[in-house]
Design a protein around this ligand. Structure first.
Ligand code: NAP
Length: 271
């Protein structure tokens, strides 16, 4: 009975498979992808491939047949109405295919959010919970990738980290850590009907980010709060819960979370 993974060609999906291969043989894994041109990347790992397109309902039931566990990675579609339709189709197909366990990647603290994105995840969670399939919900905090918008290389060159005023705190996470936690969950029993808030164990501040950049570079970096600074991201950050934390991520991974300094290295010092 295979572990079936949707969104397998994406950044998170690929990392989940890489991590899962540490725990189970490749023959137990099925990668569901939309574009079969990518199938060779999985076949060379010994992982089976099935076609699955959230916009093609007929593909979904076939893709999920025989799944002991189905990891449903949320759609990246920019329109949340379309995403909800896609998510509904996936859950219905999981029921029709008789999936034994449905695991969904949601968003952290969706009840605290005030935007369409958090409503979408809350609604999908309700649909997962009422599907009748034993479920696990992984509520992902913001990926630490969001620091990309701060242009860390310029920040390191100028020594100034410019941000909008506010008491900012971030519970963000590295995708690799999320993948490790998901893989551990897929490979071990006892996670049915659990909802995990996968956040950093401790929220970080812009001052801590500046300190990490100072260590990575050759110049001290300091934070400047600038009320004139315009970027849509700050409005987004204000409309979600970026500060609450839990120990769920480290508990599931059974190791410490990646440090802020290591998480941002890629954006601060691209190879
Ligand atoms: N917590 C956060 O901060 C955060 C940030 C970004 C995204 N997310 C969510 O987390 C998910 C995974 O992130 P990621 O970084 O792995 O995203 P990603 O690299 O964009 O991967 C998205 C995956 O979804 C697949 N996909 C897109 N449309 C599909 C469709 N109609 N049917 C089937 N598969 C489809 C893509 O397939 P193709 O290769 O064919 O395009 C790809 O495998 C995203 O989809 C998004 O919902 C969360």
């Amino acid at each position: 009975m295979p572990i079936v993974i949707t969104g397998a060609s994406g950044k998170l999906g690929r990392l989940v498979i890489q991590q899962l291969l540490k725990h189970v043989p490749p023959a137990e894994i099925v990668a569901c992808i939309r574009n079969m041109e990518h199938k060779h990347n999985f076949k060379k790992l010994g992982v089976a491939v099935r076609c699955c397109d959230y916009d093609q309902p007929d593909s979904l039931k076939q893709a999920f047949l025989g799944a002991s566990s189905l990891l449903f990675i949320s759609s990246p579609h920019h329109d949340d109405d379309v995403r909800m339709l896609q998510h509904t189709r996936v859950i219905e197909a999981a029921q029709q295919a008789g999936a034994g366990h449905l695991l969904y990647t949601s968003f952290a603290f969706p009840e605290d959010g005030t935007i369409s994105l958090t409503r979408l995840h809350a609604a999908t969670e309700r649909a997962v919970r009422s599907s009748g399939i034993p479920y696990t919900i992984f509520r992902h905090a913001l990926y630490t990738d969001f620091v990309e918008i701060l242009d860390l290389q310029t920040t390191m060159a100028t020594g100034v980290l410019r941000v909008q005023p506010g008491d900012w705190r971030f519970n963000s996470v590295a995708r690799l850590d999320l993948a490790a936690a998901i893989a551990m969950t897929l490979a071990s029993p006892g996670h049915e009907h659990h909802t995990y808030e996968l956040t950093a164990p401790k929220a970080w501040t812009f001052e801590e980010l500046a300190a990490a950049l100072s260590e990575l570079g050759s110049k001290p970096v300091s934070v400047v709060q600038d009320a004139e600074l315009q970027h849509w991201m700050f409005g987004f950050l204000r409309s979600i819960n970026t500060s609450s934390t839990t120990g769920d991520l480290e508990r599931l991974m059974d190791r410490p979370a990646t440090t802020l300094k290591e998480s941002i290295r890629h954006w601060a010092l691209p190879s």
